[in-house]
Design a protein around this ligand. Structure first.
Ligand code: HEC
Ligand code: HEC
Length: 192
């Protein structure tokens, strides 16, 4: 049975084509097609519930994709999507998006909260979310200019326990009040 199918596939070239598709890393064009509707052509988010991927570290993107695929990180769409890709694809995606420039957004934020958040950021979050959140370090995502609604959804998932917070981040988040956290998210949304 199997042999017969294989011979047919070889004769028609089906096998050769699928083998090639597996070997080739995703091209920029393919990423644009598969990711651009939501994350923009160069990783700049197309809407308030979606993160920008541009300038994220390769590790942060790969880790996020693995967690979406395994179901460890909750998602609306990414879980289903990630199942279609291999670890090699994740690495190529991470490589591509890490090379794109930070996507600056202009958002409506509360000036008083931004000011308060700015004073809390360095001592509480700056160890991992570097340069006011502009720079990702290891598996820490870029926070600067992410849409406020996206940041709020993610923080809610952490605080409710649906998304697992890194231990060292939890140590910093736990002592803060709801208002402190809200201020920090307004601050990050304002950074360009
Ligand atoms: C239909 C819209 C949509 C498409 C298409 C899409 N994403 Fe997403 N992506 C989201 C949303 C929404 C989130 C937030 C998590 C969730 O709810 O699924 C997200 C989150 C992510 C994150 C986490 C980023 C962070 O800061 O934590 C990564 C990485 C990611 N997507 C990569 C990709 C890649 C790579 C592709 C293309 C293969 C892609 N996404 C295609 C909507 C989309
Ligand atoms: C010890 C390092 C560390 C510290 C300190 C830290 N974080 Fe994080 N943060 C991370 C990592 C790593 C992730 C991604 C991990 C995951 O959930 O997969 C993350 C993710 C996030 C996200 C989700 C962003 C996204 O795109 O998915 C938010 C929001 C966030 N952190 C806010 C904060 C705030 C606010 C503080 C300070 C009170 C803080 N973090 C302190 C390491 C840290």
């Amino acid at each position: 049975m199997m042999m017969k199918w294989k011979r047919w596939a070889l004769a028609t070239g089906v096998l050769a084509v699928s083998a090639m598709a597996q070997a080739a890393p995703p091209s920029a064009a393919m990423l644009s097609n598969a990711c651009a509707g939501c994350h923009g052509t160069n990783g700049g988010s197309a809407g308030p519930s979606m993160p920008s991927l541009a300038s994220q570290s390769k590790e942060a993107i790969v880790e996020a994709m693995k967690k979406f695929k395994s179901g460890e990180r909750p998602s609306s769409v990414m879980g289903r999507l990630a199942k279609g890709y291999s670890d090699a694809d994740f690495a190529a995606m991470g490589e591509f998006f890490s090379k794109q420039k930070l996507h600056a957004t202009t958002q409506v934020v509360d000036a008083a909260k931004v000011k308060k958040g700015a004073s809390l950021q360095e001592s509480n979050c700056g160890r991992c979310h570097l340069e006011d959140g502009r720079e990702g370090k290891d598996d820490s995502p870029v926070m600067a200019s992410q849409w406020l609604p996206y940041l709020q959804i993610q923080m809610e998932q952490y605080l409710s326990g649906k998304r697992k917070m890194p231990e060292k981040m939890k140590e910093k988040v736990d002592p803060l009040s709801k208002d402190d956290i809200d201020a920090l998210l307004h601050f990050y949304a304002s950074v360009k």
